[in-house]
Write a protein that binds this ligand. Structure first.
Ligand code: FES
Ligand code: FES
Length: 238
């Protein structure tokens, strides 16, 4: 460390100063100075781009077990990995889509313990120990052979043509499954308050549009998506 005039003190000066601090019982000050000296060295190393030190400061690869669609898998991931990247890049579950990667489009929606989340905003490590369900795990069988083996919401999207390009569809379906469940449990939306239906909200089209508003469809398949969700919520779909 430099003194006030910007001069580097000699090694002998430093040792002399440390001896004086120790002799005077100023252990805390000594510890603080050593911390500051170490931090200065690390900062300088990072600033000039010494790779070993820079990596050690910013990332760690750690084991994590994720339970997805009923199966547990041990992975080794950078601690900053999102659940979305873990699913797509490390577990080959590419049904979940990456749209914005910023929590704005809903394409990455999955269910964690039956609640919908944006997997792009969820750290994989935060999902450890939870039941994660993706679009691949919704159907009644792992390899559905016809519509009767699909989840009712999947069947309704087919029946009502609730998609065009299909990119947003896995997120729409996962979100819709949770939205209907939330309504059945009596969870309220802003529309429930506007309509005064706060005892038991009805799944009107306005409620559906509000509850599905976190899922964007660039193809504009909204009327048919609403029709599919309406059918399932009223129990009139497959
Ligand atoms: S990709 Fe997650 S919200 Fe858009
Ligand atoms: S069906 Fe194309 S983005 Fe929704």
């Amino acid at each position: 460390m430099k003194d006030l005039l910007g001069m580097e003190p000699s090694r002998e000066d430093c040792e002399q100063e440390e001896r004086e601090l120790e002799n005077n019982g100023l252990q805390f000050e000594l510890t603080r100075r050593r911390f500051m000296q170490t931090a200065s060295v690390l900062s300088a190393a990072v600033a000039v781009g010494l790779p070993g030190i820079a990596v050690a400061e910013t990332s760690a690869t750690l084991p994590v077990t994720l339970k997805v669609n009923g199966k547990s898998q041990l992975l080794s991931l950078d601690s900053r990995t999102s659940l979305l990247d873990a699913l797509r890049d490390h577990m080959e579950l590419t049904g979940t889509k990456k749209g914005c990667d910023h929590g704005q489009c809903g394409a990455c929606t999955v269910l964690i313990n039956s609640r919908r989340v944006n997997s792009c905003l969820t750290l994989a490590f935060a999902a450890q120990g939870a039941e994660i369900t993706t679009i691949e795990g919704l159907a009644k069988t792992s390899e559905p052979k016809d519509v009767s083996e699909l989840h009712p919401m999947q069947a309704a999207f087919l029946e009502h043509d609730g998609y065009q390009c299909g990119y947003c569809t896995p997120g729409q379906i996962c979100s819709a499954v949770a939205a209907v469940d939330e309504q059945r449990r009596g969870a309220l939306s802003i529309v429930s308050f506007h309509t005064g239906k706060t005892d038991q909200p009805e799944m009107t089209d306005d409620e559906i549009r509000e509850r599905m508003s976190g899922n964007i469809c660039r193809c504009g398949a909204y009327p048919n998506i609403v029709a599919a969700v309406r059918a399932v919520s009223r129990g009139v779909s497959a």
